[in-house]
Design a protein around this ligand. Structure first.
Ligand code: AMP
Ligand code: MG
Length: 419
């Protein structure tokens, strides 16, 4: 029996090794509009309070709350965006719109819905307390307040806050630039017709998409044939250009699986096998100080390996707080028996949904779980993590699931169809 020279290490150990070798990329200053998905490398403070002035929260009338005059004279209008030269005295009121500064003399706003206007006078069907429908200065943001902390991932509300406080350039961690290549003499480009013994390259494209989904920039390094010379040339060029490299294929036990021996020559291989299914030959190396992730060739193996080992690493490089780079892990009830052999940690693709009836998450796997069957990942929003040391799980048992996509709320019929 031919034995691999690489020890089979547990998933958690492999993940720890990767973590010990990746660190956040240097920071850069960018325009805030271009910062979506990036991670702040500095705290951001507001200079001014928000709102900056007492502002009306409604369309209506600015009044004195204690004024008991029935018909009050309308002294003028104060709309949003400027300061009108008017004052609200007892016996008067001023028209205001939402966001308008409250005129001096007024201490409350009465909604237009509670007003009746006649001949330049207004009366109200409601009384209000002082302060009603006035947003005091600093209600939303105090002057000088820290609005965003270093380590925050910038999404829509954060981009809006940067605009609000006028932080138009921000210091962020650089987006990782990741080179992706496939290896294999049998592979042709997707728009080619495969000849005898050939198949189309899937992994380069699924992996580039996964890289982008992880918020990094993906670069197509192309399709490398299974020779040392070609592989070495591809890898050297990639290392010059990118922060990390992701490859697929060429890491198992075949005569033409050259990636591991080549990586040993060019850098340090930190592990060459993991006790995981799919993806046992997944390999991690550093070459010239850069992380190099070699995914197995089977399309599901490469994507699951990316999900488990590469994605968290890319997030760390992008500056994400280390405690946020893992997928959410939830206990799920199996809706059917799940066959599993105890020898390795197995990630089965599944659809997880929340069941109102029992208040728990339930999982249904996506059919045949072959490493080549990319269809088993289509529509999956979870990986069931079936632990080493325990075999088949019965319907009704609870296992851990990594949520890799949004939860859906399928109709009862759809849910029943899947079972
Ligand atoms: P390997 O790890 O190179 O031995 O490949 C394992 C299996 O995955 C073989 O059946 C390959 O043909 C297939 N495979 C390798 N790379 C790709 C790829 N980029 N796209 C689709 N299938 C691939
Ligand atoms: Mg191959």
């Amino acid at each position: 029996m031919v034995e691999s020279k690489w020890p089979l290490i547990p998933v958690e150990e492999a993940k720890a090794i990767i973590r010990a070798h990746v660190r956040p990329l240097p920071t850069v200053e960018v325009r805030f509009e271009a910062a979506q998905g990036l991670v702040l490398a500095e705290d951001v403070h507001a200079r001014e309070p928000m709102p900056p002035f007492p502002a009306s929260a409604k369309d209506g009338f600015a009044v004195g709350a204690s004024d008991t005059t029935e018909w009050r004279r309308i002294v003028g209008e104060q709309f949003a965006g400027y300061e009108a030269n008017i004052r609200v005295e007892p016996g008067t009121a001023a028209r205001v719109t939402t966001g308008a500064p409250i005129p001096p003399g007024a201490d409350a706003v009465i909604m237009v819905e509670f007003s009746e206007v006649r001949d330049g006078y207004v009366r109200f069907t409601r009384r209000v307390e002082p302060g009603a429908d006035i947003r005091p200065p600093g209600q939303d943001i105090a002057g000088g307040q820290r609005v965003l902390a270093a380590g925050t991932v910038l999404g829509p509300p954060e981009i809006g806050l940067l605009a609000t406080v006028g932080a138009t350039t921000v210091r962020v961690h650089r987006r990782p630039r990741v080179g992706v290549m496939s290896t294999g003499d049998e592979l042709v480009e997707p728009d080619e017709q495969p000849g005898p013994g050939q198949i189309r390259d899937a992994n380069r494209f699924s992996l580039m998409a996964a890289v982008r989904e992880a918020g990094a920039e993906a670069f197509d390094m192309g399709l490398a044939p299974d020779t040392f010379e070609a592989l070495e040339a591809f890898i050297r060029e990639g290392l010059e250009r990118y922060d990390a490299i992701v490859t697929s294929g060429g890491v198992s036990m075949g005569e033409r699986d050259l990636v591991k021996p080549l990586l040993e020559r060019l850098g340090t291989v930190h592990f060459g096998r993991v006790s995981v299914k799919p993806g046992k030959p997944v390999t991690f190396a550093t070459v010239s100080g850069k992380p190099f992730f070699a995914m197995p060739g089977f399309p599901v193996s490469s994507l699951v390996s990316f999900e488990v080992f590469v994605r968290p690493a890319l997030l760390i490089m992008a500056g994400w707080p280390p405690d946020r780079v893992e997928r959410p892990r939830v206990p799920v009830v199996l809706d059917h028996t799940v066959r599993h052999t105890a020898g390795r940690t197995e990630y089965q693709r599944a659809v997880v949904r929340f069941e109102r009836a029992d208040g728990r998450f339930h999982a249904v796997t996506t059919g045949f779980q072959g490493s080549g069957r990319l269809l088993s990942m289509v529509g999956a929003n979870a990986l069931l993590e079936l632990p080493e040391g325990r075999d088949t799980f019965e319907a009704g048992e609870v296992v851990e699931a990594l949520l890799i996509g949004p939860l859906e709320a399928p109709s009862r019929r759809e849910a029943e169809k899947r079972v």
